[in-house]
Write a protein that binds this ligand. Structure first.
Ligand SMILES: Nc1nc2c(ncn2[C@@H]2O[C@H](COP(=O)(O)OP(=O)(O)OP(=O)(O)O)[C@@H](O)[C@H]2O)c(=O)[nH]1
Ligand SMILES: [Zn+2]
Length: 193
């Protein structure tokens, strides 16, 4: 966000504090609007990036087995309440023609799709869609498990409930054994590390 956008968000936060009945000028709150604006600048950082471009592809392997990156932590904000949802994402793809992506770029892609107001289903689908665009792989699998603060600290108040979503494309959609192997490796493959 620009300095002007940060100032606008800070003004809006001060308005909210006053509207809910706080004294926005009391000492403990004087810096709060600007802190919240800076926090939003981090949490919504990908709104200033139109597309995900920060990746390199390699063609150094003839490996056609699935690559699994499991249990990647993420934080996002639900677009309905602007409250956090967070959890873990497991991603797998089956390379085509030995084309692979730098491993760190998968968590970077997760940051790109989660650092904006969104819903869990969109996070799940966007990761699968972007990896398909980038890698044209033989298959993509994405599994997301998350806790939603809008279901825990307000509303229905169900503490600890876990929402699970998944997207399977290509070989993972057509081959049940491959899907099962992904789920097994994503959930249990790192227990001894
Ligand atoms: N499908 C989906 N729903 C979500 C997600 N995050 C929040 N929600 C839901 O969005 C819905 C918004 O429903 P509304 O009825 O418009 O809002 P509300 O009155 O605050 O709903 P309650 O949470 O039931 O009090 C709620 O059911 C939330 O649980 C998400 O990632 N995916
Ligand atoms: Zn919500």
């Amino acid at each position: 966000m620009t300095d002007e956008q940060i100032a606008t968000v800070a003004d809006a936060v001060k308005t909210i504090l006053t509207a809910v009945g706080e004294d926005a000028d009391r000492p403990g709150l004087q810096e709060t609007p600007r802190r919240v604006a800076k926090a939003y600048n981090e949490m919504f950082s990908s709104l200033t990036e139109p597309t995900f471009t920060d990746y390199k592809l390699f063609h150094e392997t003839d490996n056609a087995d699935m690559v699994v990156v499991g249990q990647i932590p993420f934080y996002s904000m639900c677009e309905h309440h602007l409250l956090p949802f967070f959890g873990r994402i497991s991603v797998a793809y089956v390379p085509t023609d030995g084309t692979i992506i730098g491993l760190s770029k998968i968590p970077r892609l997760i940051d790109f799709v989660t650092h904006r107001p969104t819903v869990q289903e969109n996070v799940t689908n966007a990761i699968a869609t972007e990896l398909t665009r980038i890698l044209n792989p033989a298959g993509v699998a994405v599994s997301v498990a998350a806790r939603h603060m809008c279901m825990e600290m307000r509303g229905i108040n169900k503490t600890g409930s876990v929402t699970q979503t998944a997207k399977y494309l290509g070989a993972f959609a057509s081959d049940q054994a491959l899907k099962q192997e992904f789920l097994m490796r994503a959930e249990h493959g790192n227990l001894n590390l």
